[in-house]
Design a protein around this ligand. Structure first.
Ligand SMILES: [Zn+2]
Length: 181
């Protein structure tokens, strides 16, 4: 997908140009707009039996596919704060043992605009939860975002390949997690 404007948002000129989907500039008024990579977080929540918590997406993009709790980082918010907030909002849960895993580039298509993101992944545990399967049904999910909380046991790269994941960043984060043991 290609991000574009027909008119300069400042002066209305039709000469506005796009460079590498990253910058728009208008030769008539000097308007410059950068579409920088957006920072977001993803949280891999798992228990001692290697059960992982996923959300079946309730809306586009990638409706019906699996993702993990997470989302865009708000202005003036740290990545760690975003982790706690997104878990609170999306699955009504408090997470502990938040640890940084790594960052994974992703592409997010939303209403005909392509956003390039850098997804920072963390691992975490649910407070007071030994077995995810017992808790999943009791979680207070955000219905506009999450159709269903899905618990999946993952023991190998083959298991990861078989998951109907919404985003490549989740797949890469999971693979990294298992590679590191
Ligand atoms: Zn202009």
């Amino acid at each position: 997908m290609h991000n574009d404007f027909n008119l300069c948002p400042m002066c209305g000129s039709k000469n506005i140009q796009n460079k590498n989907d990253r910058k728009w500039f208008c030769p008539d008024c000097g308007f410059d707009l950068y579409c920088n990579v957006a920072a977001s977080v993803g949280v891999l929540i798992f228990d001692d039996d290697k059960n992982f918590l996923f959300e079946k997406r309730a809306k586009e993009p990638k409706k019906g596919l699996l993702t993990q709790p997470g989302g865009f980082i708000d202005a003036d918010e740290s990545a760690e704060e975003a982790v706690a907030r997104e878990c609170r909002e999306e699955i009504g849960a408090q997470v502990t043992d938040i640890r940084y895993l790594g960052s994974y580039p992703n592409t997010y298509e939303y209403k005909n605009i392509t956003y390039k993101t850098c997804d920072m992944f963390f691992t975490a545990k649910l407070s007071g939860c030994q077995k995810l399967a017992d808790l999943a049904k009791r979680l207070n999910r955000q219905e506009t975002e999450v159709e269903e909380v899905v618990i999946q046991k993952i023991t190998s790269a083959t298991d990861i390949d078989a998951l109907p994941l919404a985003f490549i960043s989740t797949r890469n984060a999971l693979k990294d997690f298992f590679k590191r043991g």
